[in-house]
Design a binder for this molecule. Structure first.
Ligand code: FAD
Ligand code: NAD
Length: 401
């Protein structure tokens, strides 16, 4: 019997950890492994707001795939997935195609603009390395242009961030630290540059612990971040947001952090979608598909106790990789499959380099230095799981406070 071929699509948290676990669980003679990704690097999506604000260089947030996945064991294909032909066990890539016996779809998220007029065209988004790098460069350009101009328009120094979920809040936290540095660099009075977060709901970070939200807002306001809550963005123009169809806020930089959805390849490939993602079975397989797993931000995985899906996070994606790889081995050997159970270890959000807040697994609330250190420990733990202590030394956040 020829050995089964397992193809993993997407080298984000879910795809990298699945591949890593498969390498540990299956010997080369037991299965052929293939990992397909758009780029030859994996990036830390959870650090992209730092790249976008200019707090870290993009190279810190990316890791060459071949540095952590042995190319002698896994066939690494750097190409773009175009469509999954699920009835033919085939994947079309931009430059070729591949067949599979088992498939893992872990192609991550895309920005969701909910059809808001002008948003896709006029706003930046924090989606990947390139989109994040563009934001950083655009912001710096605005400051350089202002400094060098005879007809200064203060609004060019305004940075508008649409959406006050975790991405929006973490991003303004980084901006609160980077904007003063840019003002200094370009001899600009700090009071001229505004950072404005616009949130439709009555409060940013909806559903999160009240005390932590208050802490975050206070910390950010003290560093010059303005909040507009209960303000729904109805349109995005070239240099402004329109709020509730009446008010216009002008800016030189506009970033949309108002929501995400699953990769559009899912729809193109004929999977049934709920709000852009596939609601998978408890064993993480797509409904009706014996040999296709969908994990990470492409999947809704139901929390049966609460009758709603788990939030799409890196934490969940990494844990799903464990279940997915165990189930792939079980399928190969005709064993029974396990059900994914999420082990919630809490949520910690950075508010710039020196402040953070969040909850940890036992429900404890963390603020300030202890939260900052915890966030870095979480980041370093992932690097350790992926590439051991060498990767922490190379890419980790070694200064905990
Ligand atoms: P991704 O990380 O999006 O990876 C998908 C991979 O697929 C990428 O490598 C991409 O290049 C590749 N790909 C996409 N399309 C194609 C294609 N057509 N062909 C080939 N390859 C393709 N979660 C947390 O738990 N904690 C946090 O602190 C946290 N912080 C965040 C901060 C920010 C700024 C953002 C945006 C999100 C954050 N999240 C956090 C959420 C978390 O990043 C996502 O839930 C997580 O990235 C999902 O992992 P994934 O593997 O499904 O997808
Ligand atoms: P999100 O969907 O969680 O938040 C988007 C926010 O934009 C919401 O508050 C929403 O009310 C607001 N919004 C939507 N439409 C709007 C409009 N028209 N006008 C104004 N505001 C509008 O998206 P996200 O923040 O990108 O987070 C995505 C996922 O990633 C979540 O699961 C989140 O938990 C996770 N994440 C986690 C962390 C962390 O753990 N530190 C950090 C970032 C993201």
């Amino acid at each position: 019997m020829s050995k089964p071929k397992i193809v993993v699509l997407g080298a984000g948290y879910a795809g990298m950890m699945t591949t890593k676990r498969l390498m540990q669980k299956l010997r080369p003679e037991e299965a052929e492994l293939v990992l397909v990704n758009k780029h030859n690097y994996h990036y830390q999506t959870t650090w992209l707001h730092e790249v976008a604000a200019g707090a870290i260089n993009q190279n810190q947030a990316r890791i060459m795939i071949s540095d952590v996945i042995n190319p002698n064991r896994v066939n690494l294909i750097y190409d773009e997935v175009v469509e999954v032909k699920k009835d033919e066990n085939r994947v079309l890539l931009k430059n070729s195609e591949i067949t599979y016996d088992y498939l893992v779809i872990s192609l991550g998220f895309e920005t969701n603009t909910f059809g808001i007029k002008g948003m896709e065209k006029n706003a930046f988004s924090i989606t990947d390395i390139d989109s994040s790098r563009m934001i950083r460069e655009h912001i710096e350009y605005q400051f350089a242009k202002y400094s060098n101009s005879d007809k200064k328009k203060d609004e060019d120094l305004t940075i508008l961030v649409g959406g006050g979920g975790f991405t929006g809040i973490e991003f303004v936290g980084e901006l609160a630290e980077q904007v003063p540095k840019l003002c200094k660099k370009y001899d600009i009075d700090r009071s001229k540059a505004r950072i404005v977060n616009v949130e439709a709901a009555p409060r940013v970070l909806g559903g999160f612990n009240d005390d932590l939200v208050e802490y975050a807002k206070k910390s950010l306001q003290e560093r010059g971040v303005e909040f507009r809550e209960g303000a729904k963005i109805s349109e995005c123009k070239k240099n402004s947001f329109v709020i509730d169809e009446e008010e216009e806020i002008k800016a030189g930089t506009i970033v949309w952090t108002g929501g995400v959805t699953g990769n559009s390849i899912l729809g193109k490939s004929g999977f049934e979608l709920t709000k852009g993602k596939v609601t998978v079975n408890g064993d993480l397989r797509a409904p009706g598909e014996e040999n296709i797993f969908i994990i990470g931000d492409c999947a809704w995985v139901m929390n049966e106790e609460e009758d709603r899906p788990y939030p799409p996070t890196a934490q969940a994606a990494i844990q799903q990789a464990d279940t997915c790889s165990a189930n792939l081995k079980a399928l190969i050997y005709g064993d029974s499959l396990e059900k994914f159970v999420f082990d919630d270890k809490g949520t910690v959000a950075s508010l710039g380099e020196k402040d953070a807040m969040g909850t940890v697994f036992d429900g404890r609330l963390l603020y300030g230095k202890s939260a900052t250190a915890m966030k870095k420990v979480i980041d370093n733990r992932y690097l350790f799981m992926l590439g051991g202590p060498q990767l922490i030394l190379k890419k980790g956040k070694l200064k905990l406070f």
